[in-house]
Every structure is written in structure tokens, then in C-alpha cells.
Design a protein around this ligand. Structure first.
Ligand code: AHR
Length: 503
């Protein structure tokens, strides 16, 4: 099968905000306890953080990590997690029906993030709590000294303020499963007032208001419009969340799901513009896709988890080759919308629907989805180019006109690199991709790397990686001056990274 693509240096979509390669750690399952934190592990550092996990997070190049939830945050008292460890209470976490020991809290997580070379995106509780607690935690984290909360932080050993810049105003407040779920008007009012006092406390922060938990919520659309009606001038981003599943085992349909993600982004961007127009505002609210991933493998096993224990193995999806393709298509979709999406968080990072898994007392290992994320984060920085591409299309159970080729290109002017990310959705045939590339004199083909396995259900494990990238031979780049032609063969059902540059 053949496919074509045209790239021109001057035809761009927008700059990549590096925060689209963010991720997420929630107090859920084994993400924190027996995930990033396992004091008895041979690889634990003096704070109890696993060095092998930190190294894998660094390998993924994650610039920002959302914390502490998720559903968890809507019942969280942040004060429980600061101060002397022996005085911290054990609490019932009503979001996940577990026990929260509060051994790790804000200051410890800030330290972990520093070691992982990431910023923290901090979510405040607008479920059981409100504006007062929200402004207090901003003061605790970001005010230098001389006030009650900042001096309390200093007395807890964190002399310097954390200076967290990005804050979420609650989590999934439209969802009936949320602790103290609210209507759009109720949430909009609380979020607007919390936003106001949080920004008075620290005017340098940026805020994310909750959009819908997913585009299939009955209130989708009207929720966004109402919340923004209340908050438009106070917030900087509106959140989107999406999780994809393949419970029917229909791979072609599963691979088409990223079209839904693209439509979701475009619809929410349209609603932001509608409210902007209605308010005759000059301000632009951008999008924060702060939860996205594949999630379904653990649904059955999680129904058997005992209640009121600490850190049960919850949401431990083991990802397949085809999940990595879907994650690849989702990354391409985020990049294609770089003009609107400025923040995105792969949900989540360790053990809980995660690219990194750990064994208690044992190894940390890379899931299949680790690789497309690692590639995009490493090479997808710079300017996203428009990608007029043509390939044959197919119809699946839920989607029509799904192109076999999903692709995007990013030009990194500083590194003098042009990188094409591409997924071949054809399960049985290779795609012969021909690309006309204009404006890139002296560029050469550096490498074509691909992730594929003829068994779409192949998984990685602590024992070994059945799914890992393989360098491809046979690609060529020809032409003269500014006009180049690239030929590469994309294996069936593959994720591809084609790097061109000045050598
Ligand atoms: O990421 C897992 C959960 O999914 C989060 O806690 C919640 O926000 C979403 O429903």
C-alpha cells in the first residue's frame, strides 16, 4: 500500500509546548507507595525513592507531573501530608476505597519531582473543600517567608518555596463518581472564587479549570460553556480527559479512536472561542489534556480488590503492541493540535495505567507504551508542521474514513532536525511512504526506527521486552537543494520515527 506526504518548512501549525509531554502520579494503587516510594528496596535513596524508577522517568523526559490526583484529590486534606511523619494521620480514601498513610505529601513529592527533573502540576481539592484551603496551599508552597503557611513550610524543612506554576482547580467535577461532584454552575462559581484568591496569593501561577471527564458525558459541551462563563477571565486552561479501550477486541476500530480525540479537542477549542466571543474577551484560554491513555485491561481484576488496605495493585494494565499504536496515534493527535493544547499528561506514570512498572523488591521495567512516549518527548520538540498526507482509508464499527497513515512532523530549528512520527494502521500490509520535503537543504536521513510485533497482543514484562524499537534499513532521501524526496517503508501495524537532520 502507498501513502504520500508533503512537508514545507514554512507551513507550520504551532510551537510544541514541552508540557504536552507531562504525566501524572496520583495517590492510587501502587503509584506512590511501592511505586516511586519503596524505602526497603535495594535501589531506594535516603528518602525512600527508588532510583531505578527515577532513571526511567528521566529516560521518558517528563517535564511536568500532575499530583496528587485524580479522584483522590477531591477528598484530600493536604495538611495531612505535611509535617512530622509520625504525626500524620491514616485516612480512608473514599475515591478508591483504600487507606492513605500520608507518608508521602507535598514536600516529599516536590523533592521526588526535583530528582526526576520534572515540575509539579498541583491539583487542589474543590470536592470536599474550597477557596480557603486552595489559597492556603498556594501560600504554603509558593510564598517565600513571614506568613503562617510559608513559615509552617519552612518549619517542615522546605526552606525555599516550591514555586509550583501550574495548578488544577479540582478534578473531573462533572462526574457523579467524584467526591462532592457539582453541577456546572456550582463548580463554575467555586472555581472562579478559588482561582481569584489563588492568583491574589501568587499572581504568577496559571490555572486549569475542569472540563468534561470525557466527551461522552451527557453534560459534555454545556458543562464547558457554563464553567467558562463563570471562569473565563480567571483561568488559563480548560481540561480534557480521555481513555480508550478495546474490550470488543476489534483492533481496527481501536486504532481509529484517536479520531475521536481529535474531534474532542476541536470541539472544546470551539467552545472556548464561543465563550471568548460572547464575553468579547481578548484573552485566549488554551487546553490542558491532563489525562489520556489506554485503560481497560485491569477492569476485571480490580473488581476483586479488597477494601481499606494500603496501596493495592489497582489499574495495573499490562499494555500490548496494539495499545502502543493507539498511544502513538494519540501523541500524534496532541502534536497536530499544538496551537491549542499546551499541557497534556499521560495518565499515569508508575504502576497505575503506566509506562513504567515495578516489582516490589525487584525490577522496574518499560511497558510497550513507554516507547512512543519516549520518542515523542525526545524528538517532538520545536515547530509542528502541517502534514497534508494521503493514504487509503477504512471504515470500522464506530469510525468512518480512518486513514491507514497517521502522521505529523516536528521541526527543531535549534537542533537542525526534522522528525516524522507515523503510525501504519494497516495490520497486514506495509505502507510505502513517499514524502516531498521542501525548505530543508543539506538535510540527510539520520535514522528510521520502528516499533512493531506480528503479535499485536505481545507485551513486555520484568523478564524481557518483546516490544522495543528496531532500526529500519532501506529508507532514502534524495534530491537537490531545498527540494527533497523521502522514501520509507512502514511495517504493518507499526509506530515509526523518521529523523532527518544536518549531519
Ligand atoms: O487516572 C485514573 C482516574 O481516571 C483519575 O483518578 C480520574 O481523574 C479519572 O477518572
Amino acid at each position: 500500500m502507498k501513502a504520500k506526504l508533503t512537508l514545507h518548512k514554512e507551513f507550520s501549525i504551532g510551537e510544541v509546548d514541552k508540557r504536552i509531554y507531562g504525566s501524572f502520579i496520583e495517590h492510587l494503587g501502587r503509584a506512590v507507595y511501592n511505586g516511586i516510594y519503596e524505602p526497603k528496596h535495594p535501589q531506594a535513596d535516603e528518602q525512600g525513592f527508588r532510583r531505578d524508577v527515577i532513571n526511567l522517568v528521566r529516560e521518558l523526559n517528563v517535564p511536568i507531573v500532575r499530583y496528587p490526583g485524580g479522584n483522590f484529590v477531591s477528598g484530600y486534606n493536604w495538611e495531612d501530608g505535611v509535617g512530622p511523619a509520625e504525626k500524620r494521620p491514616v485516612r480512608q480514601d473514599l475515591a478508591w476505597m483504600t487507606l492513605e498513610p500520608n507518608k508521602i505529601g507535598t514536600n516529599e513529592f516536590a523533592e521526588w519531582a526535583r530528582r526526576a527533573q520534572a515540575e509539579v502540576m498541583y491539583a487542589v481539592n474543590l470536592g470536599t473543600r474550597g477557596a480557603d484551603e486552595a489559597r492556603n496551599i498556594v501560600e504554603y508552597c509558593n510564598f517565600s517567608r513571614g506568613t503562617y503557611w510559608s513559615d509552617l513550610r519552612r518549619s517542615h524543612g522546605a526552606e525555599q518555596p516550591h514555586n509550583f506554576k501550574l495548578w488544577c482547580l479540582g478534578n473531573e467535577m462533572d462526574g457523579p463518581w467524584q467526591i462532592c461532584h457539582r453541577t456546572a454552575d456550582e463548580y463554575g462559581r467555586v472555581a472562579a472564587e478559588a482561582a481569584k484568591v489563588m492568583k491574589w496569593t501568587d499572581p504568577s501561577i496559571e490555572l486549569v479549570a475542569c472540563g468534561s471527564s470525557n466527551a461522552r458525558m451527557p453534560s459534555f459541551g454545556s458543562w464547558e460553556a457554563t464553567v467558562l462563563d463563570h471562569t473565563y477571565e480567571q483561568v488559563d486552561y480548560l481540561s480534557l480527559h480521555i481513555y480508550f479501550a478495546n474490550q470488543e477486541n476489534d483492533t481496527l476500530n481501536f486504532l481509529g479512536r484517536s479520531l475521536e480525540m481529535d474531534a474532542f479537542i476541536k470541539t472544546v477549542a470551539g467552545i472556548c472561542d464561543y465563550v471568548k466571543a460572547k464575553k468579547q474577551s481578548k484573552k485566549q484560554v488554551y487546553l490542558s489534556f491532563d489525562e489520556w491513555n489506554v485503560w481497560f485491561h485491569s477492569f476485571n481484576q480490580d473488581t476483586k480488590i479488597e477494601k481499606w488496605i494500603e496501596a493495592p495493585p489497582r489499574l495495573e494494565d499490562i499494555y500490548t503492541m496494539e495499545d502502543a499504536l493507539v498511544v502513538g496515534c494519540m501523541l500524534i493527535t496532541l502534536l497536530k493540535n499544538a496551537d491549542r493544547v499546551k499541557v497534556a499528561c499521560l495518565a499515569q506514570l508508575v504502576n497505575v495505567i503506566a509506562p513504567i512498572m515495578t516489582e516490589i523488591g525487584g525490577a522496574a521495567w518499560r511497558q510497550t507504551i513507554f516507547y512512543p512516549f519516549m520518542h515523542a518527548s525526545a524528538y517532538g520538540r520545536g515547530t509542528v508542521l502541517r502534514c497534508p498526507a494521503s493514504s487509503e482509508k477504512y471504515d470500522s464499527k464506530e469510525y468512518t474514513d480512518v486513514p491507514y497513515l497517521e502522521t505529523v512532523a516536528v521541526h527543531n530549528e535549534e537542533k537542525k532536525e526534522l522528525v516524522i512520527f507515523a503510525v501504519n494502521r494497516n495490520l497486514t500490509e506495509s505502507l510505502d511512504l513517499e514524502a516531498g520535503i521542501y525548505g530543508f537543504a543539506q538535510y540527510r536521513l539520520i535514522e528510521h526506527s520502528a516499533l512493531y510485533n506480528s503479535d499485536l497482543k505481545a507485551v513486555n514484562s520484568a523478564a524481557g521486552e518483546k516490544v522495543k524499537p528496531v532500526v529500519q534499513a532501506g529508507g532514502k532521501l534524495e534530491g537537490a537543494g531545498e527540494n527533497l524526496n523521502l522514501w520509507v517503508r512502514l511495517p504493518p501495524a507499526s509506530w515509526n520515527v523518521i529523523r532527518l537532520g544536518v549531519l
